[in-house]
Each structure stands twice: as C-alpha cells, then as structure tokens.
Design a protein around this ligand. Structure first.
Ligand code: PMP
Ligand code: GLU
Length: 396
C-alpha cells in the first residue's frame, strides 16, 4: 500500500524520544528531560508583540511563497553583518523551519541514486531526507580525537561519480563541536575540485562558547559561495521552535526551484510568524547573550559533572546546547536481567530506571555515545546527572 520511499524512513528519533519522556511526565513520573534540542527560554516579548500586531493589522493572508520582502531583507542584512556574505532577494527562501528548507534542498537537488556525503555523527533528519528523495546517504565516520570534524582526505576518499553534495553542520548537533577555518578550507578545496554542492546547516550559529566564532564555509571565497546553500533559522537563536521559520540562501536557480517546490507543497510559511521573524532579526538582540550566558553556565557544570563519573568521558562542546559523552565503557554490563549492549539499551535503562530522558547515540550514527541537551535548568541538570551517576554505578 505504501510507497517504497516512505517505507525507507523512520520517525525523527529526537522528536520520538521527547514524546516518550513527555508522556511519562504526563503519566505522573518525575522525569528529567535531556531529550529534545529546544531552548527552554520563552520567545522574547518584543517578538510576540510583533505577531500580535500582525494579527490585529489583518496580516493573516497568503504571502509570497518564499517569504515577504521585509523578512528577506532582514535575512540579507543578517548575512551581511554576521557572515560578510552578500545575497539578493532571489537568493533567499523562507520556509517552515530550517528542517523544511533542508527538505526543499533535497527535493531540488537529488536524482535517484545520487550520493550525498554525511559526516557522522550527524543530525537525525539528514539521512532520512536524502532517502525520501531516492538518493543515497554516504556516511563518513569522524573521530572523537579529531573533535568529530570530518577531514578533507576522508571526504575525498568517499567521492564517487554519483556524489552530488556534502552536508556540513557547525556548530554540530549532536556533538556540540565547531569547525575551524583550516579544516573548512581544506574541505572546500576538495569540494570545489570535484564540483560538489555544500549544504551548510548553521542553525546553531549564534550559540558558540569559549570565544569561538562561527565561520560560514560560503564566506571563504566566491566560487565556494556559488556551490553552497546555507540553511539557518530562528528556532534556536530566538527560542522560536514552535513558530516554524527557517531560511536558506544560495544560487538563484536552486532557490527558485525550492520556491517552486514550496509553492506546490506548503505555500508560504505562516504570515504572522514571518512578521515576528522580522522583529527577531531587526529588533534588540540582547536576548541571545542572556540565553547564551545561561547555556554557558550549564555547559560548564554539566561537562564537569559528566567527566567526574567513572567510565564516562565527554569532550567540551564549543557550540549548540548538547553534550555527547562516550558511554562505550558501560556496554557489556548487566543489571538484574537487563543487558546493556548498546546506546539504545543504555538510554532505555536510564529512562525507565533513572527517569532521565536523553537520546541514544545510535540515532545520530554512533552507538558509542548518548546525547544530552542542556537546554534545561541547572537544578534539573544536577538532579539528572545525580540520577545518571547512580544508575551507571549499579551496572556490573
Ligand atoms: N538542523 C539542526 C542541526 C537541528 O538541530 C535542527 C533542530 N531541530 C534543525 C536543523 C531544524 O530546526 P527547525 O526546523 O526548528 O528550524
Ligand atoms: N533539533 C532538535 C533535536 O535534535 C529538535 C528535534 C528535531 O527536529 O528532530 O532534538
């Protein structure tokens, strides 16, 4: 009955884990939820006010498919200011979240059998979006000892005649790590030489720590810019996950095709949310620093606590709001009649026995890890880590 394409994919494991933890909470369990990657901050008031104003003014009708001009202009300004990149309106599309922009790219670019390089660990939706478009995800394993950055020679080794594009994500979900300029330059050289496209997911751009500055690969040189589609959005920077506004910037022809696809699927993103997005991008920006300094405190606390657990080790993330500790030391251990053989066994054990929700590393392509989102209060983090420590100590 169902299409082969649909049968290839699974539900988003991050959203599934969040739903499971929330259902347990509703059922009365005291759950600490490190599961979903979404800021726990409320959307700033000035942004909400802009949405209310838009409704009152009757801005409640269809808009141009790829977004209103004032929002495109605000996005163009953002690229100029933050990334030193110049785009025109025809090179910008606003979609229903960054996930939707990524999906439009997949629809616009891939033919059946095309190969798409995905450094692993990766964000959960990349492979499934590739498969939904009849293309083939090709994973490039990265190493903890190299801060999970894919290296140019590994990229080159995975290129075939069918390779169409590579998906890069810095700051990274799930590792929380960021690419440095030298590594990006080396990857760029390989990508240009082989005529690939780069899909650069920069949704965590504003969330970096320890003086790290986000570098957009498209800003390295002009030829590279013509091969790159940048994806970004408002979900993470402005605590606007539910508003569903994301955007992409890239070559005119690709953006036009993505807009055509959008015109035949969702039409425009929500008109009211678009007005709110203009305010987010052009209004006061102090909210981001307030949120960031809170994330930073949590990050430092969580990483210190995780590394103090015998058998667990965790790199210090320099971006996003995820910790990605190595849990492989616990595989092969037992408690009662429960065997812990994998990251999903461990995540299930921690959820059911310790009442801590998190996502198993297998969902991101590396079973040796688990992912914790620290977009939750210090008190909850402390409670959660105490529970994790106690539960891990019980494993024999
Ligand atoms: N890319 C990455 C790496 C993410 O973590 C997320 C978060 N869900 C997204 C894209 C999509 O964000 P949204 O659709 O909420 O803009
Ligand atoms: N990006 C977030 C996460 O990884 C939200 C969930 C999703 O969109 O899959 O948890």
């Amino acid at each position: 009955m169902l299409s082969d394409r649909a049968k290839r994919i699974k539900p988003s494991p991050t959203l599934a884990m969040d739903a499971k933890a929330k259902a347990m909470k509703t059922a009365g369990f005291d759950i600490v939820n490190f599961g979903v990657g979404e800021p726990d901050f409320d959307t700033p008031e000035n942004i909400k006010e802009a949405a209310i104003r838009a409704m009152r003014e009757g801005f409640t009708k269809y808009t141009p498919v790829g977004g209103i001009d004032s929002l495109k202009d605000a996005i163009i300004e953002k690229f100029k200011k933050d990334n030193n990149l110049n785009y025109t309106r025809e090179e910008i599309i606003v979609s229903c979240g960054a996930k939707h922009s990524l999906y439009n790219i997949a629809q616009a670019l891939y033919n059946p059998g095309d190969e798409v390089l995905i450094p692993s660990p990766y964000w959960v939706s990349y492979p499934d979006q590739v498969m939904l478009n009849d293309a083939v995800p090709v994973f490039i394993k990265t190493d903890e000892s190299e801060s999970f950055m894919v290296k140019a020679d590994a990229v080159e080794a995975h290129i075939t005649k069918r390779t169409k594009a590579i998906i890069l994500n810095s700051p990274s979900n799930p590792t929380g790590l960021t690419y440095d300029r030298k590594t990006l330059e080396e990857i760029a050289e390989v990508v240009l030489r082989h005529g690939l496209f780069i899909i650069s997911d920069e949704v965590y751009e504003k969330l970096t720590y320890d003086g790290v500055n986000h570098i957009s690969i498209a800003s390295l040189d002009n030829e590279l810019k013509s091969r790159t589609i940048i994806v970004n959005g408002l979900s993470k920077s402005y605590a606007m996950t539910g508003w569903r506004i994301g955007f992409a910037a890239g070559p005119k022809e690709i953006i036009k095709t993505m807009t055509n696809i959008q015109s035949q699927s969702t039409s425009n993103p929500n008109s009211i949310a678009q007005k709110a997005a203009v305010e987010a991008l052009t209004g006061p920006q102090d909210f981001i620093n307030i949120m960031l300094s809170e994330f930073d405190k949590r990050r430092k606390f969580l990483i210190k606590e995780l590394n103090a657990i015998t058998g667990l080790s965790c790199l210090t993330p320099t971006g996003a709001f995820y910790a990605f500790p190595n849990t492989s030391q616990f595989y092969g251990k037992v408690i009662g009649n429960r065997n812990i053989e994998s990251s999903s066994d461990l995540a299930l054990y921690l959820l059911e026995e310790a009442k801590v929700g998190l996502v198993h590393g297998g969902a991101f392509g590396d079973d040796n890890y688990i992912r914790l989102s620290y977009a939750t209060s210090i008190e909850e983090i402390k409670k959660g880590v105490d529970r994790i420590r106690d539960a891990l100590l019980k494993l024999k």
